[in-house]
Design a protein around this ligand. Structure first.
Ligand code: AMP
Ligand code: MN
Ligand code: MN
Length: 306
């Protein structure tokens, strides 16, 4: 079987992939991992992250396999795989996005979990299966990041994390590797991107833009833009924060965060998805065009107050 994750995978995707990989390995089940985009640098400290195949290896990895498992991915399209890769293979969809389209032959989707890694942990516990330290470290990283360092985590999440630490996850190593390192280039990007900050809607919405020239000037890639939206989201009084990144000619990656406002409604209306208060989508057009659409949708959301 082959474990798959969403494009440009985050640590919930990679942590779930590695966690499940080591669980299956402990039963000598033949399993491989594939991600269209390479595992991000912040995942490199996890044992096995170098075993994740990527790029044009997809067809070779699925060759001879009859079962695919999609992890942390809300829609089949976000796996970014060619349709031939699915042909003649069963697909299991394991995810925690409320917007999940139930695209698998079997769907294990539960939006009550804070992370796909937490859903996998729960499955492992209910089946009384063993947790190796490699598996524990991977699932810990998934939960740590998708809860934004346990922000708004409840007691059950802390219990899960504590149990994973008991099984060998190193909490301080994870925090240091994921959050404790920043390159000089990333700081330059932060500096430039904050200059684009705009506050609109009488102080209720905040906007940050990163264009391709900025990324080139600062010598960074898309991984380095992770977390920039938090600067917009955390401003006092902000209800909706929007981050726009120019990925290619007329292609924009949009991230949104809501404070009590359901931004996934906007993301879903634009073909994306996510969670109630953290969602995203890809938009096509000029900066002016996508900005106008987003501003209209954000204003409507703020006025509806839902
Ligand atoms: P991000 O803005 O990339 O931090 O993503 C926030 C949440 O929205 C995550 O749970 C993502 O999985 C989800 N998300 C982001 N972009 C998309 C997209 N294009 N389609 C579906 N879900 C997305
Ligand atoms: Mn994810
Ligand atoms: Mn997730």
């Amino acid at each position: 079987m082959v474990l798959l994750v969403h494009e440009r995978p985050d640590l919930d995707a990679i942590g779930s992939q590695l966690g499940l990989y080591y669980l299956l390995k402990s039963f000598d089940i033949p399993v491989q991992m594939y991600s269209k985009d390479p595992a991000p640098r912040i995942s490199h400290y996890l044992i096995g992250s170098d075993l994740i195949h990527s790029g044009d290896q997809g067809a070779a990895v699925v060759d001879g396999c009859d079962l695919l498992i999609s992890l942390d991915c809300g829609s089949k399209g976000r796996l970014s795989l060619s349709s031939e890769m699915f042909e003649g293979r069963k697909l299991i969809n394991i995810d925690h996005h409320a917007s999940n389209r139930n695209f698998g032959d079997v769907n294990v989707v539960d939006a009550s979990f804070c992370a796909t890694g937490a859903l996998i942990y729960d499955m492992i516990c209910s089946l009384n299966l063993p947790i190796s330290s490699a598996c524990a470290s991977a699932l810990f990283a998934a939960i740590l990041t998708d809860t934004h360092r346990f922000y708004k985590a409840d007691a059950a999440v802390f219990r899960m994390a504590a149990d994973l630490i008991d099984h060998g996850a190193n909490s301080s190593l994870a925090t240091e590797e994921i959050y404790g390192r920043v390159s000089e280039n990333q700081l330059h990007l932060l500096q430039e991107s904050l200059q684009t900050l705009k506050i609109r809607d009488q102080g209720c919405s905040s906007w940050i833009t990163v264009d391709a020239a900025m990324m080139q000037r600062c010598g960074v890639d898309y991984e380095d833009t992770e977390g920039l939206i938090d600067y917009a989201r955390n401003i006092d009084g902000i209800k909706v924060a929007v981050f726009m990144r120019h990925d290619a000619v007329d292609v924009w990656k949009v991230s949104m965060r809501g404070q009590g406002y359901n931004v996934s409604r906007i993301a879903e209306s634009l073909g994306g998805g996510g969670h109630l208060y953290a969602a995203g989508c890809t938009m096509h057009g000029s900066q002016e065009e996508i900005c106008a659409i987003l501003q209209m949708k954000v204003r409507a959301l703020l006025e509806e107050n839902v």
